[in-house]
Design a protein around this ligand. Structure first.
Ligand code: BJ8
Length: 423
């Protein structure tokens, strides 16, 4: 990394020594898991570049935008309506929370038996490791699971925080609550940026975010082909990068990659031979650089053809209706779209099981792997329901893990047995 980047990190008050260590580990991990793959798409060079500059050029772009008066909003959940953030002239970045670094520090603020994702975002803040987090003018939390909502009480002392109250059911009263929360977020944004959200601004923002969803839907649909044209690792990486790259540039690049994929599908080419066992991974989100499970699955003789998670189809399945003319119409459309999210924090949440069954069918999967982070109650509960609802339709395997590498061999043994069983 250049001296200019180091000076930028210094201005952001990062712990430079710890940060150097993080980048070194990340680079090595990426090399082992990503660069070792065969038959990668040419379009993945852009992803390699973005990842190599994850704390460099993209942070520089964000700093430049800030210098021009734009605000930066950081999020941990797909419930935060990016359309509003963009309409207010701010940038929205997903704060990864996919690494173990800093987790020991986090344990001073949250209980040990808290999921790795929560410990990661608190740890990154305490250890001063994340230039995205340090660039934020506002962090938006949400009352999804108990772990997160209690953790935000501690996090409020560490960063400027707004918490959205996400309902726990899909009742009409819950929709009313969510509508109020969306309106409250809009007021917070207007106050932060000094920008009034007009119909024109909101319409343009809805289109930008929908276009990104559309291109990711196109990518997902292409993965129904056998042989699988792209690895699960690469598809996951694309979804991860969608949370912090410039949305319009990202959409263009993924459109080009999809053209390449289409040609590959037409030519009957893939990343693994036709007939390779096809796996759908379902459950908790996998934030950068949480690539452990996909790596283990794909080095056990299977190929991942779908991710039913927030860093995957749960984030891209539903579009916002674009027919609204006034701000009020568009807010209603936003509220409806976000109320469709089938996060395990809802009760009941039958639609998630239906969505997984549908994905399993469309993507012609041989097995579903339920992935829960250790200590994540909502997804562990739903893994049990999922096993029952898929019984007799498609074999399932439920796994709980965290960000450490200690259980890799154990995971490999269980996954290899599963892959052999579904072959
Ligand atoms: S909409 S999945 S991004 S809440 S893994 S912190 S649930 S204990 S991440 Fe999520 Fe929004 Fe839902 Fe999606 Fe809690 Fe579980 Fe940890 Fe989790």
């Amino acid at each position: 990394m250049s001296d200019a980047h180091r000076a930028m990190w210094e201005r952001l008050n990062l712990d430079l020594t710890a940060h150097d260590g993080l980048l070194e580990v990340l680079g090595k991990f990426y090399g082992d898991i990503y660069m070792s793959q065969e038959n990668r798409l040419k379009g993945m060079e852009y992803m390699d570049f973005v990842l190599s500059e994850v704390h460099g050029l993209r942070i520089k772009e964000i700093q430049d935008a800030k210098a021009q008066g734009h605000k930066v909003v950081g999020t941990f959940c797909v419930f935060v309506p990016e359309e509003l953030t963009l309409a207010a002239g701010a940038l929205q970045v997903g704060l990864c929370a996919g690494a173990e670094a800093g987790s020991d520090l986090a344990e001073a603020l949250v209980p040990r038996n808290t999921c790795a994702l929560i410990k990661s975002f608190i740890g990154f803040k305490l250890a001063r490791l994340c230039p995205y987090l340090e660039s934020c003018d506002l962090v938006v939390g949400e009352t999804t699971c108990d772990g997160k909502k209690k953790a935000y009480e501690a996090f409020a002392d560490l960063a400027p925080l707004h918490v959205m109250e996400v309902p726990q059911t899909k009742s009409l009263a819950a929709r009313d609550l969510w509508y109020e929360e969306v309106m409250r977020y809009m007021a917070v944004l207007e106050d932060l940026t000094g920008v009034t959200i007009t119909a024109e601004r909101l319409r343009a923002a809805i289109k930008i975010v929908n276009d990104r969803r559309r291109v990711l839907q196109r990518l997902s649909a292409l993965r129904a082909a056998d042989p699988a044209p792209i690895s699960g690792r690469d598809a996951l990486l694309i979804n991860q990068i969608s949370f912090y790259d410039d949305p319009q540039r990202f959409t263009t690049k993924i459109g080009e990659l999809c053209d390449e994929l289409e040609a590959r599908v037409a030519a009957g080419q893939g990343v693994a031979p036709a007939g390779t066992p096809r796996v759908l991974v379902s459950g908790c989100p996998m934030a950068v650089p949480n690539w452990k499970l996909p790596y283990v699955i794909e080095s056990s003789g299977a190929v991942i053809v779908g991710e039913e998670s927030c860093i995957g189809s749960r984030n891209t399945r539903d579009l916002v209706d674009e027919s609204g003319e006034s701000v009020e119409d568009m807010i209603e459309a936003l509220v409806d779209r976000y109320m469709k999210i089938d996060c395990a924090c809802f009760t009941p949440n039958e639609e998630r099981q239906e969505n997984v069954a549908e994905m399993a069918k469309t993507l012609k999967v041989d097995g579903v792997i339920n992935y829960s982070l250790m200590f994540c109650q909502p997804y562990a509960h739903e893994a049990m329901k999922m096993e029952k609802s898929l019984e007799g339709k498609v074999p399932t395997l439920s796994l709980e893990t965290d960000y450490s590498m200690e259980d890799v061999e154990q995971l490999k043994t269980r996954i290899e047995a599963f892959v052999e069983m579904v072959s």
